[in-house]
Each structure stands twice: as structure tokens, then as C-alpha cells.
Design a binder for this molecule. Structure first.
Ligand code: URA
Length: 270
């Protein structure tokens, strides 16, 4: 039997997906609206105990139609595993659409219409699950969480909250000139501190002894995205550790318009 994500057929998610915002709310100069909104990953059946707030979908997510399935997703899946959380999670992003350009993410951090729709999701998720912890990945997600809690109409939430460094923070910091080993250690130290705090409040799916991260993420620290999280019929290599989607093009417009999808060599049955 293959497990799969049944999608958004039932309330309240059917209505949320049905009237999602488009380019009137997410300007096309700042968001890759042409690739469509990507809503979530994880449980929508009321069984989530951990709610994760990510940033925005990238190339892999544009293909799988579920968020946090690429490098960032596999790193954070490993974090959830260290918490003992194997399936009882739900993840949404700060933005429904992929951010285009360096400053676009910050420029729209508190846009009322973007926030309003995100608050509807957050309200629905905390109302229809017993969420013990909300974890924000990176600064934009932290702003999103705080903006939601300040909204006088937001649903009650009395669980714990952790803001951690974004899973690809070391990559972006190193690309801007920081020492790669230093920023990697910053991430693992930050995540170890968060895990220590969260382990006292989150009920695990599977009890496991705490194995903290070392100075850098190791291959064993990456989690596998469960088949259960993706729409039916997606091939197993889309959940593999090897990158298989990349934006390509000789001009900015062509690169924005093109995602090359390639079956990784190790995953080919031929
Ligand atoms: N992909 C996502 O969906 N969210 C992130 O925060 C990063 C990558």
C-alpha cells in the first residue's frame, strides 16, 4: 500500500484553498505567481501537535505542490525527528508564492492582505488541532507569527513558541561572505537549544533519546519526507536526498519561466 496526502477536500481547508489570493495580493514583480500557490505539508486531519512556519516555496516545492521538500525541508524533517515527531506536524509558509528578488521577502513582511490570508490558515490549524508548539523558521516567519498573535481577531493559542534559524541560513550567510563553518555551527547550536526547550513540551510520536547536532549537519541529520506527505503518484525520487529541480535560463525572464526536472542518476530504474 502506498500512503499519500489526500489534499484539501474537507472544511475548513477546501474553502481556504478555493479562495486563495493571487497577483492582486502577491505582486508579480516580487513573487513567482506564475508557478501557483503552494499551501502546506503534513497533517490536516486534526492530528498535528507541531506547527511549523517556513518562508516561501522554492523549485522542488513548485513541482511537488507541497512545501519544504527540498534541502530546507529535509534538514528540518531531521529536526522534527530529533523531537520524536515523525508525522504529527503541519507546515505552512509565510508566503504562498516563491519570493522573487532579494528584497521582496522583507518588503511584504507585514502586508495586511497577505497577513489576513495567512492568519486564516493559522487560525484554522490551531483551532482544528491540539498544537503544543509553533516553530518559526527564520526572521520572516517570526514576524508572521508575531503579526498573527497581535491580530485581535486571531484564534486563541496557548502552546509554546520557538523561533529558530532558517534551515538554509548557513548557505545564504556563507554566500554573502560569512565563514561557512562558523555559520553552520551557529545553526546547529541554535537548533540544539531549541530542541532542548521543545522536548519538555512536545509529546513525541516516538520516544527517542536526544542526540544533539554536532558542529555541522551530518548526512544522518537529514530527514526523509514521508510518502504520506505528498500527493498520490509522485515518484519516490522526488523525496530522495539528491536535488532534482533547478531554475534554468540564459536571461532572468527565461530562468524565472523554467524549472528543469531531472531524475537523479542513482534513482533511475534504467
Ligand atoms: N521551501 C519552503 O517551502 N519553505 C522554506 O522556508 C524553504 C524552502
Amino acid at each position: 500500500m502506498h500512503a499519500f496526502d489526500p489534499g484539501y477536500a474537507h472544511a475548513p481547508y477546501a474553502a481556504l484553498v478555493g479562495d486563495h489570493p493571487g497577483p492582486e495580493t502577491y505582486p508579480a514583480k516580487d513573487f513567482r505567481v506564475e508557478w501557483g500557490p503552494v499551501f502546506h505539508r503534513g497533517r490536516l486531519d486534526g492530528s498535528a501537535r507541531v506547527l511549523v512556519l517556513g518562508q516561501d516555496p522554492a523549485a522542488h516545492e513548485a513541482v511537488t505542490r507541497r512545501i519544504l521538500v527540498g534541502t530546507a525541508g529535509r534538514r528540518f524533517q531531521g529536526f522534527l525527528g530529533k523531537l520524536g515527531i515523525d508525522t504529527s506536524y503541519v507546515l505552512i509558509n509565510t508566503y504562498l508564492y516563491s519570493v522573487y528578488g532579494q528584497h521582496a521577502g522583507n518588503a511584504h513582511a507585514t502586508d495586511p492582505a497577505i497577513a489576513h490570508y495567512r492568519h486564516r490558515w493559522l487560525d484554522a490549524l490551531v483551532t482544528h488541532n491540539h498544537i503544543e508548539a509553533i516553530i518559526a523558521l527564520g526572521g520572516l516567519a517570526d514576524t508572521a507569527f508575531r503579526t498573527w498573535r497581535k491580530d485581535p481577531g486571531s484564534a486563541p493559542y496557548d502552546g509554546t513558541y520557538e523561533h529558530v534559524l532558517h534551515p538554509t541560513y548557513p548557505d545564504s550567510a556563507a554566500a554573502s561572505g560569512a565563514d561557512a563553518a562558523t555559520v553552520m555551527k551557529q545553526l546547529t547550536t541554535n537548533w540544539n537549544t531549541a530542541l532542548t526547550a521543545l522536548r519538555s513540551t512536545v509529546t513525541p510520536d516516538t520516544e527517542r533519546p536526544f542526540t544533539p547536532y554536532g558542529d555541522a549537519l551530518a548526512a544522518a541529520d537529514l530527514g526523509t519526507i514521508p510518502e504520506l506527505d505528498l500527493p498520490p503518484g509522485l515518484p519516490a525520487w522526488m523525496r530522495s536526498g539528491e536535488p532534482w529541480a533547478a531554475r534554468r535560463g540564459d536571461t532572468p525572464a527565461e530562468k524565472r519561466a523554467t524549472i528543469a526536472v531531472r531524475v537523479p542518476e542513482s534513482q533511475r530504474p534504467f
